[in-house]
Structures are given as C-alpha cells and as structure tokens.
Design a protein around this ligand. Sequence first.
Ligand SMILES: Cc1ncc(COP(=O)(O)O)c(C=O)c1O
Length: 307
Amino acid sequence: MGPYGSVVELIGNTPLVRLRRIPPPGAQIYVKLEYMNPTGSHKDRIALYMVREAERRGLLRPGGVVVEASSGNTAISVAWLASQLGYKAVIVVEEGASPAKVSVIKALGAEVVFAPRVPFDHPEHPVRVAERLAEERGGVFLNQFENEANARAHCETTAAELYSQLGGWPDVFVMGIGTAGTIAGVSKFFKERGAKTRIVGVVPRGSPIATGRPTLGEAIEGLATSTVSPIYERYSGLIDALVEVDYRRAYETMLRLAKEEGVLGGLSTGANVAAALEVAGESGSGVAATLAPDSMFRYTHLLGGLA
Ligand SMILES: Cc1ncc(COP(=O)(O)O)c(C=O)c1O
C-alpha cells in the first residue's frame, strides 16, 4: 500500500467486488472498480501505455505535445499524465461531454478544443480535428480509437488482474464498447489462454455497432454512439454477443447499483451491469465479470432524473 514515489504508480490493481443484492439467485456478478484509478477511470491504464509507447518509438521527447480525442475520461487521464511527465496536452472534446470533465481537463493545464458529435468519416469528427492539430503543433496524436497500446494495456493489466482476482476464468465477461480497447484486450488475454469465457459487448441502442449502419445511437457517455473504431474492427471476431442498452436502462441501473449495492459507478457502469443482468437471466448461473469504468461523480449534472 505504499508509500509510493509517484501517483503514476497507483494506476491499476483495482478492487473487484461481488454484487450481493441485484443479481438473480444463482448468478454471480463481479464488478471491477476502475473508478479507483488515480483520476477515476480505466483510461489511466491506456494513457500510460500509449504515452510510454510513443516515448519508446522516439515520437515524444521531453516537453513534447500529446494530442488526444476523447469524450472525457481519456482526456482527463492524458492531461493528468502529461502534467506528471512534463508534456503539454491538447485535448479534442466532443460537444455535450459533461461539464465537470471539461473543467478538470482545463484545471490540469491542458488546452481544450471542442468538436461536434458527428459520424466518424465527417471532417469535423474529433478524431479528424485531433489529426490536424497534431500535425500543426508537431505533436503526437495518441489516438485511442486506433492505438494497439490501448488494447495491450487491458490485455496485460486489466485481464491479468481479473484472472488472478477471480482465481480463474469467468463464464462471461461483459463490457461496454467505446474504443473497444477494454473488450479487445481482455478477450485477447482470455481467448489466447484457452478460456471458454463468453465475451459480451454492450452498445447504446441504435448505434452503428448495434445496427450495422452509420446511425447515431442514444448517447451513453463513453460508449460508441456514432463510431465503429478501428480497434473494434480488428477484434470484433473475439466478441461472442452484443447487448443493446438504452439510456434509461443505463441510468436506472446506475441508480440501483448506488442505492442497493453501494457501487457508485457511472452511466456506462449502469449499462454494463444491466447487460450482465440480462445475460445472467438468460443463462441462469455462472460467474459474470464486468467493469465500473468511472464513477457517478462524473455525472452529477444528470442526477436530477430522466427527461
Ligand atoms: C465511462 C466509459 N465507459 C466505457 C468506456 C468504453 O471503454 P473502451 O474505450 O475501452 O471500449 C469508456 C471509454 O471511453 C468510458 O469513458
């Protein structure tokens, strides 16, 4: 438990907790509390892996610029890590991201540029804007949607931790798909080692992964509402099933989790657990594992109720 020489050493090794009240009889649902990472989300893991990879490749020198496109959590992780490691962060944030996240990114000293919520191939999509900015500023675009270091972070850390915490493989792993880095990395670790774990992806209702068309799905912050990431395309063969979750179900499950289980996860945690409950209901018993990617504190502006 420390003392630690740097907050960067606090990334990962997050606790895993079993839900006691919500699951149906016979079902075991475990949630890995990623909000216990230093900036409050699983994205600390990938920020570290992507920055270290850029350094290793000689793309990032002391005082250099890192650019990232993110709805918020990766932005916070990158802004935080950049300030710790002596880099300047430029962050492209999708319009509509939670104001609390944007304030934190700015407080960490990063420059914030807004971009609209448009389909992936649109020239004003955050990824396209970030590409242009990296070019103009001579910086490195980390590009979590494409960067293999994103999936590798979850393969080498999140998945390995889950295996050791559970003392074996879960029957089901459930995870919301944003960049798909988490589901890709975890499934890779599991499947390469012969696990029979069923991998279930969670997507917002009406989103392109759900419909197979360039649609705009319901907004569940952090999940792929308008995009199909290159990482998803690379690894979709490892995903056994998809569950569509709408905003209301994600929101209501987030509240139930907080009240009944004391797990103060965010909206995508609500989506993950709603999907885990659906799958547990179908298959009866077994061990399901999922993540609480971030906490309810990132969404206090939504807590007044459903519109
Ligand atoms: C709150 C939240 N949940 C889930 C995800 C999805 O994780 P991944 O990008 O690894 O697919 C993200 C990604 O941004 C997120 O911010």
